[in-house]
Design a protein around this ligand. Structure first.
Ligand code: ZN
Length: 699
């Protein structure tokens, strides 16, 4: 066994798997073939580096006394397990409502640790007397081939788990699975001895080829269309996508996070202030964000409504987490999930083309309270630390405290909120909010501050931390309001329909599985939102008051997971919305609406002057708008943007741009691909991105 043979075995394994991975994409054969050559060669180079490292580590382990080497292998396995435990927040989940998830994650993590330990231990080519199973794989021809077969089977098993277990979550864990799969394949080839030193000496070209093929790619990368299509094809595959990240990283000369090549989104290779996500300063003649049109406002400012008489109107805004209309019987769903809402909605206006403004709670709720699209607000990066604290980026941490993940909230956004404006207008304001395990609504964090009364339901005893408890608190708050003549504003957020699904005694069940369980949660929510709406009904009979009910965003279903915030698919962005009260004729409407319309509606109803520059239109205004926007983004643990989509839609068609690689795609509202969308949508989307700039410079 030599370092050279192991290096080549790993290069072969990584290259071959990346090649197969790319060839199994769905794309025209020539394109797939070109992409596969690249994936194979970049994979080969990467595999060679890993193979050389494995061989080096192994040679160090051999020199240690047998028990010491066993101990080192054990330490490496344990280190990986510890990292995964942290990455998957297993300890935090254990304490919360997600213990079952935590158990699964812990089992998987320990398996990964044991796998690393066992593979390191049995593949040490030792010659001294071996304790237990160290070096087992190399003992004789039979054990060598048996181990090779085991590692090959391990590769297949790991690939299977990677593709089927939570395919859209836990990116770090998936990277580990992929890396282990590749490593096992390398070990399998290494153990068969199929690649020997003699082979290498005979075929010099084998060593040169992997270095030559990427060179070809680098030469062709800027050429269109293949320069754009190949990276996108590679990015769509679980293994070969790493080839693109690697290639983009190497060609990001100005280190601004964007490459000029491989559809990397840069347009100025040596100017770090210009890239796809840079903020375009209007009127300076410079196109910082690489687009062809300069910044321009897309929505006209609404005039301020002057109001002199004291306010006499009250408002209730109910937001429900992760609720998609096509799972609600009030929208015609076959399962009777929302009997209470159906009864209540007979007296309300139902909006059939309502959309979120942001793909997940932390983007959507600020859009409700500020009347702005997420991209038009100022966002503050927050670190979630190992002590479950949310702190601003850069805040010194306590000893032994570390950052677990990063996201953003509009903590420093200067725009006035619904609660501020209504408080100034003379309304008493209150919020009853359940944010599950997330912490966005934490009082101390202050992202949703400014309410006269603010109750976060997870500060209540555990048994009341559900939609029942949320409704009880909201009803109690309404009774307090009802005792006084002062007009009020109440915001209530229900979390029960967010994942994970829980079972509730005495609530309708619709079968077993992800979607039936979701429906069951909706039925539970409906029961308790129904009680709250019965209370608002009674109050509406006595005072001037509107009740607005909506979801913060929808939900998508994978084979084994529910999620949101990762796409602009209809399921994820279309929401239910209802308005009941004066000026809303009961019935239903196809009018296109967005969460940003809630604030202007509420301000108009209460006679509160509208601040300038709102993105929303009152739900009552005529004519209705022709399109709305939806943003969604995510950051990795270091605060780097890993997803940033901007979508424009008109209720029939929609177009999305991925601002990280400037890829664009359009579809109809059934998510079927469209090749030629309306040109004005494209222009409006460009103008939206130019006018708002990107999120990064504001952070
Ligand atoms: Zn949400």
């Amino acid at each position: 066994v030599s370092v050279a043979a192991t290096t080549l075995a790993f290069a072969t394994a990584f290259g071959a798997l990346a090649l197969v991975d790319t060839m199994s994409a769905s794309a025209p054969l020539p394109l797939r073939f070109a992409a596969a050559l690249i994936a194979g060669s970049v994979g080969g180079v990467f595999g060679a580096l890993i193979g050389a490292t494995v061989a080096k580590v192994r040679s160090k382990l051999i020199k240690l006394p047998p028990l010491w080497s066993l101990g080192s292998a054990l330490l490496m396995g344990a280190a990986l397990a510890m990292r995964l435990i942290d990455e998957l927040s297993i300890l935090n989940r254990w304490a919360g409502k997600t213990k079952a998830d935590a158990k699964t994650a812990l089992t998987a993590t320990l398996c990964a640790g044991v796998l690393v330990f066992v593979s390191l231990a049995i593949t040490q080519p030792r010659t001294d007397p071996k304790p237990i199973f160290v070096g087992l794989a190399w003992r004789n021809r039979a054990t060598r081939f048996a181990s090779a077969a085991l590692f090959a089977a391990g590769t297949a098993a790991l690939v299977y788990v990677d593709r089927h277990a939570w395919p859209d979550s836990y990116p770090y864990a998936h990277s580990v699975l992929r890396f282990l799969a590749l490593t096992f394949a390398g070990l399998a080839i290494d153990l068969t001895g199929a690649i020997s030193v003699e082979h290498i000496q005979r075929t010099h070209w084998v060593r040169i080829a992997p270095a030559l093929l990427p060179a070809v790619w680098f030469a062709f990368a800027p050429l269109t269309p293949i320069g754009t299509r190949i990276p996108h094809l590679l990015l769509s595959r679980p293994l070969s996508k790493y080839a693109v990240s690697f290639a983009r990283g190497v060609t990001d000369f100005d280190r601004d996070g964007y490459s000029n090549f491989f559809a990397g989104g840069d347009c100025a290779p040596f100017d770090a202030s210009r890239h796809a996500m840079a903020h375009d300063v209007p009127g300076n003649g410079k196109l910082e964000n690489c687009r062809s049109e300069s910044a321009a406002p897309i929505l006209t400012e609404r005039p301020n409504t002057d109001s002199t008489s004291p306010a006499d109107a009250s408002v209730v805004v109910i937001t429900i987490d992760s609720l998609r209309p096509d799972h609600m019987s009030v929208y015609g769903y076959e399962n009777t999930t929302t009997p209470q809402l159906s009864a209540w909605a007979k007296g309300a206006l139902r909006f059939d083309r309502a959309y979120t403004a942001g793909g997940w709670t932390s983007l959507a709720i600020p859009a409700v309270l500020r009347g702005l699209y997420p991209r038009n607000m100022v966002w503050t990066h927050l670190d979630e630390t190992s002590r479950m604290r949310l702190v601003r980026k850069g805040v010194p941490l306590a000893p032994k405290e570390w950052v677990k993940k990063t996201f953003a909230l509009p903590l420093d956004d200067p725009h006035p909120t619904m609660q501020d404006l209504l408080h100034k207008r003379g309304l008493r304001t209150a919020a009853i909010v359940d944010d599950g395990y997330t912490g966005y609504f934490d009082k101390e964090l202050g992202a949703f501050s400014g309410f006269d009364d603010y109750i976060k339901t997870d500060e209540l005893p555990t048994e009341h931390q559900n939609d029942d408890g949320t409704a009880n608190n909201a009803i109690a708050q309404l009774r307090k309001f009802d005792a006084s003549a002062q007009p009020f504003f109440l915001w209530v957020h229900f979390f029960g329909t967010h994942s994970p699904s829980t079972a509730h005694k005495g609530v309708a069940r619709f079968g077993d599985g992800l979607q039936p369980n979701y429906d069951h949660e909706i039925a539970f929510m409906d029961q308790h939102v129904g009680r709250l709406l019965a209370t608002t009904d009674a109050m509406q009979a006595k005072r001037k008051m509107i009740v607005l009910v909506m979801a913060d965003h929808g939900e998508e279903f994978g084979p084994q997971i529910r999620y949101h915030g990762l796409s602009a698919h209809e399921g994820a962005i279309r929401i239910p919305m209802f308005a009941r009260g004066p000026s809303f004729q009961p019935g239903q409407t196809d009018r296109l609406t967005s969460l940003v319309d809630v604030l202007p509606t509420v301000l108009e109803f209460t006679g509160t002057p509208l601040p300038p520059g709102l993105d929303g239109h009152p739900l009552t205004s005529q004519p209705s708008r022709s399109f709305v926007f939806v943003d969604t983004w995510r950051f990795d643990g270091k605060g780097e943007t890993i997803l940033d989509l901007a979508t424009i839609l008109n209720g029939e068609e929609k177009c999305t741009v991925n601002t990280l690689d400037l890829d664009r795609w359009c579809s109809d509202r059934h998510d079927r691909d469209l090749s030629s969308p309306a040109p004005e949508m494209e222009r409006a989307l460009n103008a939206y991105l130019d006018g708002s700039g990107a999120i990064t410079p504001h952070l």
